[in-house]
Design a binder for this molecule. Structure first.
Ligand code: NAI
Length: 252
């Protein structure tokens, strides 16, 4: 039997992993709020969903801003219904070696990943606990285990793992599960930007990443969307507080 159609919020869904996740959750039968910094930038994801016969709403919001989050979650509740699925996917990188990393680089990354996931989850849980059902998925990263040039990002992604486990403990009794997906190398604009920063052509960067991966390829946004689809499904109700590495090989 298919899952009950729900209302899902996917942050950072204008492109990349977020866009693929929004499309996948819509294909699973859910109405999807496509949240990103610029409402106009959400149009391609929303159009792809509606053209395929799904329901979607574009919402412009900065997840690191308390007021913006409150307005966005309210707009979703009014426009689509009570959100009971939340994917905290919005993210940025401000890579640099520690001695060159500015305080702004640090704060910006903490603001989007950690503060953003906190603000969005706090706002959405009010609907989930009221409905007696909820699914939260946070995007961590293999970089949580440490990655040169990413002190800020690595700390934020490791922080999200602790955040995930704590929310799972607090919200479980209300029918809400909370898990993290930690991708390895995924081919998106974010990894293209990393290649540019280190001065390597993206094709070469992809080849190097693929050869360092046991399944001998890099990941695609759909690889992550598929795992998220599983975690938000009704059947995954006994899976909570977990970090699932989706990296084409073992990590823990
Ligand atoms: P991306 O850079 O292609 O997309 C990120 C999206 O988040 C963009 O549309 C951007 O506008 C949006 N965003 C940024 N700041 C925001 C804010 N304050 N409020 C709302 N939206 C905001 O990134 P990608 O590669 O799709 O990554 C998605 C998530 O997966 C991120 O959390 C990233 O850290 C994580 N991840 C990505 C990996 C990769 O290899 N691409 C590996 C591990 C984790």
């Amino acid at each position: 039997m298919p899952d009950t159609p729900r209302v899902a919020i996917v942050t950072g869904a204008a492109r990349g992993i977020g866009a693929a996740t929004a499309l996948r959750l819509a294909a699973d039968g859910h109405a999807v709020a496509v949240v990103d910094l610029d409402e106009g930038a959400c149009a391609s994801t929303v159009d792809a969903i509606t053209e395929a016969g799904g329901r979607a709403l574009a919402v412009g919001a900065d997840v690191s801003d308390e007021e913006s989050v409150a307005v966005a979650v309210e707009a979703v509740a009014t426009g689509l219904g009570a959100p009971t699925i939340l994917v905290n996917n919005a993210g940025i990188i401000r890579d640099n070696l520690l001695f060159k990393m500015t305080t702004d680089d640090w704060d910006a990354v903490m603001g989007v990943h950690l503060r953003g996931a906190f603000l969005m989850s706090r706002a959405a849980q009010a609907h989930m606990t009221k409905e007696g059902f909820g699914r939260i998925v946070n995007l961590s990263s293999s970089s949580a285990q440490g990655n040169r040039g990413q002190a800020n990002y690595s700390a934020a992604k490791a922080g999200l793992q602790g955040f995930t486990k704590t929310l799972a403990i607090e919200l479980g009794r209300y029918g809400v599960t909370v898990n993290a997906v930690a991708p390895g190398f995924i081919q998106t604009d974010m990894t293209a930007a990393t290649a540019e920063r280190i001065g390597m052509p993206f094709e070469e960067f992809l080849k190097a990443a693929a050869s360092a991966t046991p399944v001998a390829r890099v990941g695609q946004p759909d690889d992550i969307a598929h795992t998220i689809s599983f975690l938000v499904s009704e059947g995954a109700g006994f899976v909570s507080g977990q970090v699932i590495y989706v990296a084409g090989g073992p990590l823990d």
